[in-house]
Design a protein around this ligand. Structure first.
Ligand code: HEC
Ligand code: HEC
Ligand code: HEC
Ligand code: HEC
Ligand code: HEC
Length: 170
């Protein structure tokens, strides 16, 4: 092959790759699988770099149905001193001072008629990543587990957990 031909092939290859990635990004966005948050909170830094355990922030995850969102005091225990000049931290500090909770957009949410409990799954040692993916590697949380009935039931079948309708529909 002559040089220009190779160049063209390489350009086309990466072009297609980029387009595919963009399309995927747009489709996640469209489907609401990775909603923007009022403060761009990166799990990457807090989980992968600082090694904070999930339940440092999601304090109810092993005690209740709901995992819970962190109280702003938790954030401010570091951010009264760390990165205070950054735009996202300024927003955070304003919420804290005005005692206005941040209204995080939900990524995962089940319809009312389904019963689910974090506590039971955490106690049975089902790892967070089996349902939520590797959150520590996501700059922005993206929905991984579909939360469809078939998704729940197929894991229950494999793990020998209950398949009784009344388990999930009270
Ligand atoms: C244990 C300390 C600690 C706690 C607790 C903590 N953070 Fe952080 N956070 C950091 C550090 C360290 C960085 C990285 C700062 C840097 O880039 O120099 C950071 C970075 C950030 C950034 C990115 C700032 C930017 O634009 O570069 C945001 C946003 C943020 N934190 C929000 C939060 C929120 C919201 C909470 C509470 C849910 C929280 N943090 C709790 C230590 C903490
Ligand atoms: C420093 C605090 C902090 C730590 C540590 C942390 N999270 Fe979070 N998490 C947050 C905040 C704040 C949000 C809401 C904003 C967002 O979605 O990014 C959130 C959102 C989430 C969501 C989306 C919830 C929804 O809306 O449906 C999941 C899932 C999640 N975290 C899982 C994890 C897992 C798994 C770990 C441990 C590997 C973890 N988090 C560690 C603060 C934290
Ligand atoms: C068996 C699957 C499964 C496992 C394991 C799991 N989650 Fe969830 N998670 C869900 C489902 C389903 C929802 C939506 C629940 C709802 O709408 O009531 C959810 C919602 C959440 C939310 C947002 C709503 C809330 O409950 O506060 C956070 C935060 C979260 N999970 C964090 C975690 C963390 C941290 C772990 C690990 C300690 C974990 N999850 C383990 C399935 C799971
Ligand atoms: C990755 C595997 C996995 C997924 C996905 C999963 N579960 Fe489970 N679930 C388990 C295991 C394992 C148990 C058994 C816990 C025990 O023995 O206490 C369980 C137990 C339960 C229980 C308690 C059962 C009882 O006997 O009271 C409920 C309720 C439940 N799951 C609902 C759900 C719902 C709703 C979903 C989907 C939104 C779901 N689960 C998805 C693994 C999973
Ligand atoms: C392990 C949990 C689990 C079990 C067991 C389970 N379901 Fe579900 N079911 C769900 C979840 C989650 C949804 C909501 C998501 C969806 O629509 O797929 C749902 C939704 C439904 C819906 C509404 C569908 C719709 O389109 O809105 C019906 C009807 C239903 N289930 C019937 C049953 C029957 C009948 C059984 C027993 C044979 C059963 N389910 C067992 C988790 C479960």
């Amino acid at each position: 092959m002559r040089k220009p031909a190779i160049l063209l092939a390489v350009t086309a290859y990466f072009g297609v790759l980029l387009l595919a990635m963009a399309a995927l990004g747009i489709s996640w966005y469209r489907a609401g699988l990775a909603p923007d948050q009022p403060i761009a909170f990166p799990h990457t830094i807090h989980v992968s770099k600082l090694n904070l355990p999930c339940n440092f922030c999601h304090i109810f995850v092993d005690r209740s149905r709901h995992a819970g969102a962190p109280p702003l005091e938790k954030c401010m225990s570091c951010h009264t001193a760390i990165a205070t000049e950054r735009e996202e931290i300024r927003k955070l500090a304003r919420h804290y001072e005005e005692k206005r909770p941040v209204e995080w957009n939900r990524v995962y949410s089940l319809p009312e008629h389904v019963y689910f409990s974090h506590k039971r799954h955490v106690k049975a040692q089902v790892d967070c990543s089996e349902c939520h993916g590797k959150v520590g590697a996501m700059k922005k949380v993206r929905k991984v587990g579909s939360l469809k009935m078939g998704w729940c039931v197929s894991c229950h079948r494999v793990r020998g957990a209950s398949l009784d309708c009344a388990t999930c529909h009270k």
